[in-house]
Design a protein around this ligand. Structure first.
Ligand SMILES: Nc1ncnc2c1ncn2[C@@H]1O[C@H](COP(=O)(O)OP(=O)(O)OP(=O)(O)O)[C@@H](O)[C@H]1O
Length: 669
């Protein structure tokens, strides 16, 4: 009989969750008076009434999760190096999962236990449809494979919290609510859901604190974990999968989290979690447990019957007060009462001990196959009413692929990006750098004259190179930095890649364009370039266009390599090539390598800058009493300035091409 049979009758009614008193609720209602209520500045706080009518109380579509004979192997290395190439010889496949089966129904909380490295993370990742590689066996959700509609009904909390460090708790959950909750809910209702989750998870006190991470000090590890769980709760998942949600937390916080999971399960959801070393208090909250030993199951079934089962196959705990979780973890490691005693008498008998432990594990695996697997297999292969009802709803859900419209996704992502990057966009350091370089160059080129043509042309070349390097190097970090968040959001099917991509590019624009505008304005007039408003505006437009192209190159390199270090190295080489082949330093590049300048955006920018600065009839003093045409000056003549539309066209092509490349690279993430 399943534990808590009365509570977990299937399917659960929405109200069932409210009737369960959990430690979370107890904590919430007994929270001390000094707790500061968290209200978003943009809206009014939710009424108690609206919290009660939370959509989180209802499981909209219960899911039966079945997995059968899951086997996953990886290729490992021997460590022996081949003489010639230093590569390692392949070793036979190592099984990370070996014939794991199970079934979890709505209303149930399954815990996966096992020693470190036993395959828990691999299994939960496979159940979340995110394991890539050689997975054999079947996983079904109401009898269906993992479809995008299942994806949107599944919450997956990974072991590492993937959160934006500069957003506050409330901002994080609000943006998630706005993106993940269906368009049928109003904005106000979505925000209320976020507030409900903040309150349900006991995050009220820190809701205005930043998440933190890296060098930014933020909320505690337990609070971060609860924010991650909250993000998944918001989607009102029918299936919630969690990888070690309690690791590193104190026992009270861990108990609160497991109690929350139990409460969510009681609301008609299917909840699966891996857990490292639960206390007996936590263990009692699980309905079912699955115990893994080196990837093979040694127990799968009701949590309450674990001691009885192992007793029936000859494995007894040392005392009657033992924590069942400790007992099964010892067994999964091959440690029994006998081997423990053996340990104490013979401390040097390591090999014998290992052999004995292996034989205990093998015996447990055989017992599982003989005693537990046949009835489990029968249960898994049974057809449930849920298996049929889903077919109708699937067709409907597929038509509604995304929870929100493209425009909502775009505007929420834009705002989220601006908030997350507000510190870096308007960082004093960046502004200081641009201001100091512009003033310094203005002073160096102070009121330069056409007579000193070489100097003036040098200033224009500097414009094209500086405003190639700077935006390019800023842009290469964009996607490598955001990769974990993007993968997480995209795996949950929250938004289209196009809405994210456009929001990201548009969000970066203001700062990308404001700084060069300030720079050009200062340096142009200080540097004594042509005192004509039209020429100044044209110069500014060319520099801004160059910035956009350079930004595209940086985005593409970052997205293709997904490694900021590699991208930075490649960018340095690229910009050095562009610098040398740009047409300023070397005027007589050998023909076989002269094509390099045609792929350099700085070259086109430089040509355009020179083209708008000087006219065909303009002359300069080329000697005592001599006047030469500017266009005949060697450095300018070799640029072959002709119809400038071709240069604009080349830059326009690059502008789109690099952005399309970046987009395509992101699609393959
Ligand atoms: N992609 C991979 N490459 C190399 N080894 C892998 C890979 N995936 C899994 N493994 C190995 O498979 C085994 C199981 O890993 P997994 O992370 O699932 O264990 P776990 O039970 O979750 O461990 P822990 O409790 O320490 O997180 C480990 O030995 C791990 O090193």
């Amino acid at each position: 009989m399943p534990p808590n049979e009365q509570e977990s009758s299937f399917p659960k009614t929405p109200d069932a969750s409210q009737s369960v008193t959990s430690p979370v609720q107890e904590t919430r209602f007994s929270s001390p008076s000094h707790v500061i209520p968290c209200h978003d500045d943009d809206h009014d706080g939710p009424s108690h009434q609206s919290r009660q009518s939370s959509v989180l109380r209802q499981s909209l579509r219960p899911i039966i999760l079945k997995f059968e004979e899951l086997t996953y192997s990886i290729k490992s290395q021997t460590g022996k190096r081949s003489y010639w190439f230093g590569s390692q010889e392949p070793k036979p496949n190592r099984f990370v999962l070996n014939g794991v089966s199970g079934i979890v129904k709505p209303g149930e909380l399954l815990a996966m236990l096992g020693p470190s490295g036993s395959g828990k993370t691999t299994l939960v990742t496979a159940l979340a449809g995110r394991l890539h590689g050689k997975l054999s066996g079947t996983v079904s959700y109401n009898g269906e494979p993992f479809t995008s509609s299942v994806k949107r009904k599944t919450g997956f909390v990974t072991q590492e919290d993937v959160l934006y460090p500069h957003l506050t708790v409330m901002e994080t959950l609000t943006y998630t609510a706005l993106l993940r909750l269906p368009k049928e809910l109003t904005r106000k209702e979505k925000i209320e859901q976020a507030e409900t989750v903040v309150s349900d998870l006991g995050l009220t006190r820190c809701c205005n604190s930043v998440i933190g991470g890296g060098l930014v000090r933020g909320i505690s590890g337990g609070e971060r974990k609860r924010v991650s769980i909250g993000q998944e709760m918001l989607v009102n998942p029918s299936l919630l999968l969690l990888d070690e949600p309690t690791s590193g937390l104190d026992s009270t916080t861990a108990a609160r989290i497991v109690a929350t999971l139990r409460m969510l399960a009681r609301g008609g959801r299917t909840v699966v979690t891996t857990i490292h070393q639960p206390s007996s208090r936590l263990y009692r909250m699980f309905d079912k447990v699955l115990v893994l030993s080196e990837g093979s199951p040694i127990y799968s079934g009701d949590s309450g019957r674990v001691m009885e089962y192992f007793g029936s196959i000859g494995f007894q705990p040392g005392s009657s007060f033992v924590n069942p979780a400790d007992f099964v973890l010892d067994l999964a490691n091959g440690i029994t009462l006998d081997t423990k005693q053996y340990d104490q008498v013979d401390i040097n008998g390591r090999l014998d001990r290992l052999e004995e432990q292996n034989s205990v594990k093998q015996s447990l695996i055989s017992s599982y196959k003989k005693n537990l697997y046949p009835p489990l297999k029968e249960e898994v292969s049974r057809t449930y009413p849920q298996d049929q009802t889903v077919n109708g709803s699937r067709a409907k859900s597929l038509t509604n692929r995304w929870p929100t419209s493209w425009w909502t996704q775009f505007s929420v992502l834009l705002k989220r990006g601006l908030k997350e990057r507000r510190h870096e966009s308007f960082s004093g350091l960046r502004i200081f750098m641009v201001m100091s370089v512009s003033i310094l160059s203005g002073l160096l080129w102070w009121h330069s004259r056409v007579a000193h043509l070489q100097d003036q042309v040098g200033l224009l070349f500097f414009f094209s190179i500086f405003w190639g390097f700077f935006p390019l190097f800023n842009a290469i970090f964009t996607f490598p930095q955001e990769r974990p968040m993007l993968i997480k959001d995209r795996s949950s099917g929250i938004y289209r890649l196009s809405s994210y991509y456009i929001a990201r590019i548009v969000g970066d624009l203001p700062m990308e364009l404001i700084l060069p505008t300030i720079f050009v304005t200062i340096t142009y007039w200080m540097g004594g370039l042509k005192p004509s408003l039209t020429t100044f505006l044209l110069t500014l437009m060319i520099v801004l266009y160059n910035v956009l192209v350079a930004q595209g190159v940086g985005l593409a390199l970052g997205a293709i390599l997904m490694d900021a270090k590699k991208a930075a190295t490649l960018s340095s080489v690229l910009m050095l090539v562009f610098l040398l082949a740009g047409g300023y330093y070397i005027q007589h590049i050998p023909g076989f390598i002269a094509w390099l300048k045609y792929i350099s955006f700085s070259h086109y920018c430089y040509k355009l800058l020179v083209g708008v600065q000087y006219t065909w009839d303009e002359v300069y003093d080329c000697g005592p009493g001599l006047h030469c045409s500017v266009m005949d000056y060697e450095g300018i003549k070799n640029l072959r300035i002709g119809n400038m539309m071709w240069d604009v066209l080349a830059l326009t092509l690059m502008l789109f091409l690099y952005r399309v490349l970046a987009y395509l690279a992101l699609r393959n993430l």
